[in-house]
Write a protein that binds this ligand. Structure first.
Ligand SMILES: [Zn+2]
Length: 84
């Protein structure tokens, strides 16, 4: 009889706490997107954690984006430059 190896620990899913940002994130962009879709009224957007390459966070869009003064891509590009 063959021994079956548990694979679950190799495939992390769901939420993960990021101590650098002090907030929860996700291991994949897909997981973050899935959460975003559950709260469409929140207008959140997935972005890669600035310190951990394997974590995605959800961020709220700022007022300038919601009011159409900047696109979300423009705002996140600016935010990424500031963070560096
Ligand atoms: Zn983080």
């Amino acid at each position: 009889m063959k021994h079956r190896k548990a694979l679950t620990h190799n495939r992390p899913t769901g939420k993960v706490y990021c101590p650098d940002c002090g907030k929860y994130g996700f291991h994949t962009r897909k997981d973050a997107k899935r959460m975003e879709k559950q709260y469409p009224e929140e207008q959140m957007r997935p972005y890669r954690c600035p310190t951990a390459d394997d974590i995605w966070h959800l961020g709220h869009l700022p007022a300038v984006v919601r009011q159409g003064e900047m696109s979300a891509d423009e705002w996140f590009d600016t935010a990424a430059e500031v963070a560096q």
